[in-house]
Design a protein around this ligand. Structure first.
Ligand SMILES: Cc1ncc(COP(=O)(O)O)c(C=O)c1O
Length: 373
């Protein structure tokens, strides 16, 4: 069994802060710090004299990322952020005039604007309204009845109030209607379990800097094998062609695996960091991490209810790593300031104070937050 107290020593941030913003930008662990140092040592002492050493690590991290979501390494591309992954889908599908993309009003802008950008190509984006902080599944089911719907674009967990969407149920509905399913997983990957096959996901994107506990600017994009050749890369470069190291022969034939979306040199330092972050999560086991995070957020939700706070996050089967709330009519920005003065880091989002603890936070820290309110 994991000793969660022991995991605190991997996070130097705990010395000075009660860090409750893993839904924003997370701190990195000493494991990630060491991986970055390893990269820096290699780069500064040996340059690219042994480039195969970098490539071996990139291949290893690709396999680890695949394992994390139940995919094959051939289905994983490294991207610079979630937005890029969603953009690859928006730019790469063979849209027909009249196609509809479904999304919802709880989504972060990066899962609305790329679809809106397709307006000029005759694609309509329908933003389904939420109800009581959740997107009712019947609303999706009803909307999927329209044969023009081509793609459903949703987050695994909504960024503002943390509502967790039932991906397996949504994926089943999409499969039954022949609709593509694209998931923005940045608010759950690293703290909640997810299996792309079981959820029938066609595309998924997540950057590393939130729940994965890595650095900014290096994330993963998953494209299901069945869709690889149906999604055209928006950029054709030297690196995503069939034989990228044949430098003296220009080519147009593309790679057949997900590296067809990596058109040029990758963020190798970021991949080293991401690898160490994923290793830690796999070592702790994602199921145990999920249980721990849900325990922490339930502890917080209960404490908030007991103090008469307004809870903006749906709980029960929609619970996630995010708890959003208001204390009476105190503006969230004031609550944030008050917490910050006590070295408790939360942020204000969508009208609430958003707290998002990861596994290494302990219940005493949650109690400190509650007492500070
Ligand atoms: C749900 C969601 N999607 C996307 C993003 C943006 O991610 P990126 O900067 O990796 O594109 C965020 C950032 O907060 C988010 O919460």
């Amino acid at each position: 069994m994991t000793s969660w107290a022991r995991t605190r020593s991997f996070f130097p941030v705990t010395r000075d802060w009660i860090y409750l913003d893993h839904a924003g930008v997370a701190p990195i662990s000493t494991r990630v710090e060491e991986a970055l140092r390893r990269y820096a040592d290699l780069a500064s002492c040996d340059g690219a004299t042994d480039y195969a050493a970098y490539e071996a690590e990139v291949a290893r991290v690709r396999s680890r990322a695949a394992l994390l979501i139940g995919a094959a390494p051939e289905e994983i591309a490294f991207v610079k952020n979630t937005t890029e992954g969603l953009g690859i889908v928006a730019c790469g599908l063979d849209w027909r005039r009249g196609d509809i993309v479904l999304t919802c009003d709880l989504e972060y802008p990066s899962n609305v604007t790329p679809w809106w950008g397709l307006r000029a190509r005759g694609v309509e984006t329908v933003i389904l309204p939420s109800q009581d902080g959740r997107l009712p599944i019947e609303r999706v089911e009803g909307a999927l009845g329209n044969p023009r719907v081509r793609l459903l674009a949703l987050s695994s967990v909504e960024f503002g109030n943390g509502a967790r969407n039932d991906l397996e149920m949504l994926g089943r509905l999409c499969r039954d209607r022949g609709v593509l399913f694209c998931v923005d997983a940045i608010q759950s990957l690293g703290c909640l379990c997810l299996d792309v096959e079981r959820a029938n996901i066609d595309f998924l994107a997540a950057d590393g800097h939130k729940w994965l506990l890595s650095v900014e600017g290096c994330g993963i994009f998953f494209c299901a094998r069945r869709m690889l050749e149906k999604l055209a890369p928006r950029i054709v470069g030297w690196h995503n062609v069939a034989e990228p190291t044949h430098f003296d022969r220009y080519q147009t034939e593309l790679r057949r695996d997900a590296q067809r979306f990596e058109e040029g040199t990758r963020n190798t330092a970021g991949i080293f960091a991401l690898g160490a972050a994923i290793d830690l999560l796999l070592e702790l086991e994602l199921q145990a991490v999920e249980k721990r995070v849900l325990m922490l957020t339930e502890h917080l939700a209960e404490g908030l209810r007991a103090r008469g706070a307004t809870l903006l996050s749906p709980r029960g089967d929609a619970a996630s790593g995010i708890v959003s709330f208001r204390m009476g009519d105190i503006p969230p920005a004031r609550s944030i300031e008050r917490l910050r003065a006590r070295h408790i880091h939360c942020v204000a989002r969508r009208g609430g104070v958003r707290a998002s603890p990861h596994f290494y936070i302990d219940t005493a820290e949650i109690d400190a937050l509650l007492e500070s309110l």
